[in-house]
Ligand binder design. Structure first.
Ligand code: F6P
Length: 357
């Protein structure tokens, strides 16, 4: 008999349900007796012992379902060691819940912050297996995270739709894509959607270069320009500021987000009409694309295999087209970022895409 705890933490994404289904199916199909404890709303469920016993039926029909059947929440790692508002030691409470339920292991689905806490629980003696989710694809130790491809599809659809209206009106359009620290989503959706300019956090932009690229297109007879801009796109000047200075500057900004600031600068420098579209959380919503369904199911099945073998302390990831197990302490606390010198950036530039650098 295996007693498995499971939770989904952090921002949700597509294919969380597909991944959990993969874990549970592979365990149940092995013939092993299993009890599944589903903790509700991420680590909060583990802290406050808020869980639901899950059966076969809970995992039936959820392959295509977006969101997470367990609910999720953000429990920042920064404050995980601080007591809650009632003085409860959160880490201690999680350990107690695990031991009280006599769990054999905890399956945790999450992104960067989630992995730091998962690793902390491992350091405190818990058996943990994790699965890499996030639309940002910024998790260290895996080439791919589930949710990413579905989000690329949605952001690309958005750029596709903007294309027709942009060309009718001869306007400049900015599509703001999710990703505060990392630009994989913007880069991929930008290339797929035929964006003319792509601005990502890893390549600080010079507004004059952005304007130059717009003017260049006009000279060549293109009436419109589309920019794919990451939420965390940053100008060359701002990139020189310290974290604290940047935060202070952003707090005082009159713009709702970076795209509006860029739009204003373009308007002032060119006199052109600029419109901003923010697909926002639609990028995390809806059904997972087929790639994510397959990918998350495979990762889930491999996680089930690790649990059956009693191999704990790993994230199930994807490297060089193989499903691999990556030690949690290698994953926790590191970001995977777009390398400005990578071939995809070079190829995008060969296609004439400007990064404003
Ligand atoms: O989970 C990743 C992500 O979607 C980022 O791309 C985005 O910047 C952030 O979460 C939004 O967070 P929240 O849902 O808490 O507003």
């Amino acid at each position: 008999m295996k007693r498995i705890g499971m939770l989904t933490s952090g921002g949700d994404c597509q294919a969380l349900n597909a991944a959990m289904r993969g874990v549970v199916k592979s365990l149940l199909n092995s013939g092993e007796q299993v009890e599944i404890y589903g903790f509700l709303d991420g680590y909060r469920g583990l802290i406050y012992s808020n869980f639901r016993m899950l059966t076969w039926a809970d995992f039936s029909g959820i392959l295509t379902k977006g969101g997470t059947i367990l609910g999720s929440s953000r429990t920042p790692f920064k404050t995980i060691k601080d007591p809650d508002e009632n003085g409860i030691d959160k880490v201690d409470a999680m350990l107690q819940t695990y031991h009280k339920l006599r769990l054999d292991c905890l399956v945790v689905l999450g992104g960067n912050g989630t992995h730091k806490t998962a690793n902390l629980l491992r350091e405190n003696g818990l058996n943990v297996v994790t699965l890499p989710k996030t639309i940002d694809n910024d998790l260290y130790g895996t080439d791919m995270t589930f949710g990413f491809q579905s989000a690329v599809n949605i952001a690309t659809d958005c750029i596709d739709m903007i294309h027709t209206t942009a060309s009718s009106h001869g306007r400049v359009f900015i599509v703001e894509v999710m990703g505060h620290k990392v630009g994989y989503l913007t880069l991929n959706a930008g290339i797929a959607g035929g964006a003319d300019i792509i601005l990502i956090p890893e390549i600080p932009y010079d507004i004059d270069k952005v304007v130059e690229a717009i003017e260049e297109r006009n000279k060549r007879g293109s009436r419109f320009t589309i920019l794919a801009v990451a939420e965390g796109a940053i100008s060359k000047e701002d990139a020189k500021l310290s974290k604290k200075e940047l935060k202070e500057k952003q707090a005082k900004s009159k713009y709702p987000s970076v795209s509006y600031e860029i739009a204003d600068k373009i308007l002032k420098k060119t006199g052109k009409e600029v419109r901003v579209t923010v697909p926002g959380h639609t990028q995390r919503g809806g059904t997972p694309c087929p790639y994510d369904r397959v990918f998350a199911s495979r990762l889930g099945a491999e996680a089930g295999k690790l649990i059956l073998k009693g191999e704990y302390g790993f994230m199930v990831g994807y490297k060089n087209r193989e499903i691999v197990k990556v030690p949690l302490d290698e994953v926790a606390g590191k970001l995977k970022m777009v390398d400005p010198k990578s071939s995809i950036i070079k190829e995008a530039k060969m296609l004439g895409i400007s990064f404003g650098d």
